[in-house]
Design a protein around this ligand. Structure first.
Ligand code: 13P
Length: 258
């Protein structure tokens, strides 16, 4: 059923811990998150700790029943070799990761990642059996210049040249101006961009209706329901609020579709 209706897409809430928490602190938070969620966990939930905490967090999640999944925040597109400091998709898969974020705006903006690099990362993730969560989003300057569509479609273009749209792809719409600022997009604006993304995905392949589209950017326990009740949004990519188990659990609860 790839008709674009949301009924068959299982909501997804991912916590991006960014460069926070040691492996010891991460293990504690992972245990708190697992304990705060109902069992069975009603939607897909993924924790994305720093590389250094993947093993410890993965162990805690497995011991808690393995319902909450493990994800990484980045990867390199090569399988192995002389790439000092980098981590491959295969290494992440071997640690039990199921998801990996690619092209977060902090990677693009602070570390010079291009659309092509992001596309290669998405393809490498899929080749290793991981689901890439590919981030797209415009800056405030671009939004003010009326370039939201052009920016989002441009970022998508490179991904679609490398990866076919299907259930093994997640797109996260994260407007750069909403990240870590406390100033979230409106649910209607986020849903409008999600529709734009879905329409473009549809042109690229019959599996487009299976791609989950998330919103990210200052999602909190208080505002999550507004986004997650939008039929065009299939979940959330959460930064700051994912560092608190109760807030994160409340966001997961808001993602359960009636
Ligand atoms: P905040 O939720 O802290 O705004 O971060 C969003 C984000 O960048 C998730 O990847």
């Amino acid at each position: 059923m790839a008709d674009g209706s949301q009924a068959h897409r299982r909501p997804l809430v991912a916590g991006n811990w960014k460069m926070n928490l040691t492996h010891l602190e991460g293990a504690v938070l992972a245990a708190e998150v697992a304990a705060a969620l109902p069992s069975p966990v009603p939607v897909d939930v993924v924790l994305c700790p720093p590389f250094t905490a993947l093993q410890a967090v993965g162990d805690v999640l497995a011991a808690a029943g393995g319902e909450v999944m493990l994800g990484a925040q980045d990867l390199h597109w090569q399988e192995r070799g002389a790439f000092t400091g980098e981590v491959s998709a295969g290494m992440l898969a071997a640690l039990g990761c199921r998801y990996v974020i690619a092209g977060h705006s902090e990677r693009r903006g602070l570390f010079g990642e291009t659309d092509e690099m992001v596309a290669r990362k998405a393809a490498a993730a899929r080749a290793a059996g991981l689901i890439p969560i590919v981030c797209v989003g415009e800056t405030l300057e671009q939004r003010r210049a009326g370039r939201v569509e052009a920016v989002i479609l441009g970022q998508l273009e490179a991904v679609l040249a490398a990866v076919s749209p299907d259930a093994g792809l997640v797109i996260a719409y994260e407007p750069v101006w909403a990240i870590g600022t406390g100033e979230a997009a409106s649910p209607a604006d986020a849903a409008a961009v999600a529709r734009l993304i879905r329409d473009r995905l549809r042109q690229a392949g019959p599996g487009a209706g299976d791609v989950r589209i998330l919103y990210g950017g200052s999602v909190t326990a208080e505002n999550a329901a507004g986004f997650l009740s939008e039929p065009d949004l299939d979940g959330a990519l959460v930064g700051g609020a994912s560092l608190d188990a109760r807030s994160f659990a409340a966001i997961v609860e808001a993602a359960v579709k009636p």
